[in-house]
Design a protein around this ligand. Structure first.
Ligand SMILES: NC(=O)c1ccc[n+]([C@@H]2O[C@H](COP(=O)([O-])OP(=O)(O)OC[C@H]3O[C@@H](n4cnc5c(N)ncnc54)[C@H](OP(=O)(O)O)[C@@H]3O)[C@@H](O)[C@H]2O)c1
Length: 197
């Protein structure tokens, strides 16, 4: 149910989602990008639905209750007995391995990584998602992964509105290249994540 709710919410708000996990049995969810706009909402909603959540955060102090759904608790620290935070960088394979090694019972993964290329670098999505997929396969039994992407990537390129296309082919060219490589991890038959659900 959580996965289905997240699918509806994220699809409505943020556009395209691929490889989504609609599994009502998910009970411990790893969320990457959990300190971001999208990720905070995912963490908050998952905890609210009584799921256990594991977050990899470069700076755990940024894990705050989101505005809007967080009501008058917004921007206060996210705290719960069901919340486990691992400090680390997703581009560091050892950090990602440490998270899955500490939580071998993870049953689903959400990737809500993002940021501007000038801040996160031109390959963070590809390198980070590859690390996640490889570690997930090696250290957990989880098969289900949802990755938030954006309209204009993959086969949605042609259907993107004109204003998106202007950004895609200019200022945001580098981030779209990284997003397209990230999608191929799942959609390309030779991709590391192709066999995941
Ligand atoms: N927000 C929207 O309206 C919207 C719309 C369409 C699509 N999307 C897509 O949704 C995704 C997330 O967007 P967002 O707006 O939520 O992004 P965001 O607020 O910038 O959050 C990005 C998240 O990625 C994390 N991150 C970046 N580099 C990392 C690294 N090396 N290691 C670990 N974590 C790292 C950030 O951690 P730090 O807190 O440490 O920086 C943060 O938690 C993106 O792919 C975006 O294109 C968003």
């Amino acid at each position: 149910m959580l996965a289905f709710n997240l699918f509806l919410v994220l699809t409505a708000l943020f556009g395209q989602i691929f490889a989504f996990a609609a599994n009502p049995t998910v009970s411990k969810i790893a969320i990457f990008g959990g300190t971001g706009q999208t990720g905070r909402e995912c963490v908050f909603q998952a905890l609210k639905a009584d799921h256990k959540v594991v977050v990899l955060a470069r700076n755990p102090a940024k894990l705050l209750i989101p505005p809007g759904s967080g009501g008058d608790q917004a921007e206060k620290p996210m705290e719960s007995k069901n919340l486990f935070v691992v400090q680390g960088d997703v581009t560091d394979a050892a950090s990602v391995d440490a998270l899955f090694a500490a939580h071998p019972d993870i049953s689903g993964v959400i990737v809500a990584l993002g940021g501007r290329t000038k801040d996160v670098g031109p390959t963070m999505l590809t390198v980070g998602t590859t690390n996640i997929v490889r570690s997930m396969k090696a250290k957990s039994k989880a098969k289900r992964i949802a990755t938030v992407t954006v309209i204009g990537t993959g086969d949605s390129e042609k259907s993107a509105p004109l204003k998106f296309k202007l950004l895609m082919y200019t200022m945001m060219r580098s981030i779209y290249a990284d997003k397209n490589r990230q999608e191929k991890i799942f959609l390309d038959p030779t991709g590391d994540g192709h066999e995941l659900e």
